[in-house]
Design a binder for this molecule. Structure first.
Ligand SMILES: Cc1cc2nc3c(=O)[nH]c(=O)nc-3n(C[C@H](O)[C@H](O)[C@H](O)COP(=O)(O)O)c2cc1C
Length: 213
């Protein structure tokens, strides 16, 4: 009888175990998976502490970007990591001079026009008719943002400053300093740093999703 008891306990607990697994599967897709948790927790951060991001971490984040899916693995991007405060200050000055009124230094926590990030990854790609290069860059950015989130860093993808800098003659030398190859154009910055704010999630419209039967 003693030998049978564990078996009975095991058999009785099986349905509960499977019910629990089913529940776990359902929840796992939303909560207990670290990648999915990072996706749900990530928000654009625009306030950062003064703490510098170590270069090894910045290198890892850039490598996460390079590991993004990209069309035919052509890796048509060039990547620059910036953690030099002088560079951010120069960008800010150039924008202030080239676009008067576009810089509000009295904003709380203002540090620079890259949304106050203490580091940034600048990504360039060529023009291509298919648009694939820009899609690649988008995927690159998302990998960086999610990796940053998982490491306790904040991130913000920024096209606005790029667009402004391209239209300001004063900023040309700063863009040139990034040293992108001929034919490659700066497309986006991903600002990075240790977050000094925890923004609420902005609403998402799930009605955009539907199954086709
Ligand atoms: C292509 C692209 C360009 C963006 N440009 C800027 C920008 O110039 N400045 C900025 O503060 N945020 C920028 N963002 C961040 C978006 O505003 C942000 O992702 C969106 O409002 C959703 O908020 P969340 O990232 O906190 O979920 C950009 C995001 C993307 C994907």
């Amino acid at each position: 009888m003693k030998k049978i008891i564990p078996f009975i306990v095991f058999a009785v607990s099986l349905p509960a175990f499977f019910a629990c697994c089913g529940k776990h599967d359902k929840q796992a897709s939303q909560m207990s998976n670290p990648v999915i948790e990072s996706i749900y927790a990530r928000r654009s951060v625009r306030q950062y502490t003064d703490q510098k991001v170590p270069r090894e971490i910045l290198q890892t984040l850039a490598e996460c970007g390079v590991n993004a899916p990209n069309a035919m693995n052509k890796q048509q991007w060039e990547v620059r990591i910036i953690d030099n405060e002088d560079y951010f200050n120069a960008l800010t000055d150039a924008m202030e001079q080239g676009m008067p009124g576009s810089v509000n230094r009295s904003e709380p926590g203002f540090r620079n026009v890259l949304r106050n990030a203490t580091a940034a990854i600048a990504i360039a790609c060529p023009d291509d008719e298919s648009g694939m290069s820009l899609i690649n860059v988008g995927l690159f950015c998302e990998n960086v943002c999610l990796a940053a989130q998982s490491l306790g860093l904040g991130s913000v993808v920024m096209a606005g400053p790029v667009w402004r800098l391209h239209s300001i003659p004063e900023a040309k030398t700063l863009i040139d300093r990034l040293g992108f190859s001929e034919g490659y154009k700066l497309r986006i910055f991903v600002g990075l740093g240790y977050p000094a704010e925890a923004p609420e999630a902005k609403p998402r419209d799930l009605d955009k999703i539907r199954f086709i039967d």
